[in-house]
Structure formats: C-alpha cells, structure tokens
Design a protein around this ligand. Structure first.
Ligand code: SF4
Length: 215
C-alpha cells in the first residue's frame, strides 16, 4: 500500500487502532522512546497491544538522572523490553571535552542521537514516534505516515493534543515524569533543557528546535 492510501486509512482510526493495524501492514517495526514527559502514553498503548515489542532508548549520556530513574520505574511497572543504544564512545567523549552542545549543537545531536539511530534503522521498515502536530511548526505539517530517507515514519499520536495525552496519563493513573511537576513540559538532554511550557525549554536562545531525528 502506498503512503497516501495508508494515511487515508489510518486518519480514520484512533491511536490504539492505528497501532493494532500497523502490525497487519508491517512486520519490522522500530519503536524508540525518550521516556520524556508524554512518552508513557505510547508506552502504555504498546504494553496493551504489543507487550513483547522491543523499545529502544537512545542513551546520549546527557540525560537527567530523573529520566533514567523514570525509565527504570516504567520498565518494571509495564514489564517493558528496553534496549539502550549509545553513541560511539570516542565521538561522545569528544563532545564532552569540546562541550559541543554550546558550540555546534547540530553536530552534538548528530553524534549522540542521529548516528546511533541511523545504524539501527536499516533493519526496520517503519519507525514509531510519539510526535504530535501541536508541538511545533515542523511537526504541524506531519501526517500519520511520512517517508524519511529509507524508512517510513509512523506517528500514531499526530492529531492528539498534549492536553489529551496528559489527561490519558492521569485517567490511567500512570506515573508522570518527575520533572513535569517542576515545570518541564518537554525533557531532553540536561545541557539543552530548562523548565518551560510546550517545547519552549529546549535549546533556549538557539535557532534549533529539533534534534535532527525527525527532520
Ligand atoms: S540535545 Fe544537546 S546535549 Fe543532547 S545531543 Fe543534542 S546538542 Fe548534545
């Protein structure tokens, strides 16, 4: 099925139905999670629909300790199968010494985020991501399925609002990311994240709004 037909079909479904249907259209599914403030919604849906799916966590080495603790907590609670993937050690060390997040954040994200995922992507047909169109201008243009280089991206939450996601988390009594109550609506690496509404706390005072994984 081509992407236009897939988008027409999935637009009529809710996120849960989209994930169920995904496994009839694709077999090699890549699911990554940042264990951020809204991640538990998608993790919970997979826990219900496809509990044996592997979840890849990109360990940039720059995560808040709160994110690591939260990840471990959710892994136990939802019995998740999580695999950590890391950047190349020598390149990551270079970014530590060079403080590349200050001088060239695109290069830093490329080394610590984009390259490790690029290596993984070639084994899969479709890549699941929890992006929502309300999060920023770029994401506002996305559909449920998008071709990105040689992989198809799948955004089952694309037409949900953050409020709907946070309401689901509350209704299902799922644990919140510990930094949410401290005013962090979006959480990434500690070098590039401060408290703020929406994604306003990410890469403050820089023109950057995305790490490059989703562009
Ligand atoms: S978010 Fe910041 S610290 Fe993390 S990889 Fe990108 S530039 Fe580096």
């Amino acid at each position: 099925m081509n992407l236009d037909n897939l988008n027409k079909k999935y637009l009529l479904l809710n996120p849960e139905q989209r994930i169920q249907e995904l496994y009839s259209d694709f077999s090699k599914v890549l699911f990554t999670s940042s264990f951020g403030t809204t991640s538990v919604f998608l993790l919970h849906l997979f826990h219900k629909i496809k509990p044996d799916e592997t979840i890849y966590f990109l360990d940039t080495t720059y995560h808040f300790n709160e994110t690591i603790v939260y990840k471990e907590h959710l892994t136990k609670l939802l019995n998740l199968k999580v695999i950590d993937i890391k950047p190349e050690e020598w390149k990551n060390k270079f970014t530590q010494q060079d403080k590349t997040w200050n001088t060239d954040p695109d290069l830093c994200c490329s080394i610590n985020k984009v390259e490790p995922i690029d290596k993984l992507k070639s084994n899969f047909e479709v890549w699941v991501s929890g992006l929502m169109s309300s999060q920023n201008k770029h994401r506002g243009k996305l559909k449920v399925f998008e071709q990105k280089d040689d992989i198809i991206k799948f955004y089952p939450l694309i037409d949900l609002t953050e409020k709907e996601v946070l309401n689901y988390i509350k209704e299902h009594k799922l644990p919140e990311h510990p930094l949410l109550s401290q005013g962090y609506n979006s959480v990434g690496c500690f070098h590039c994240t401060v408290a703020g509404k929406g994604r306003s706390g990410r890469w403050v005072n820089k023109s950057k709004t995305e790490c490059g994984l989703h562009l």
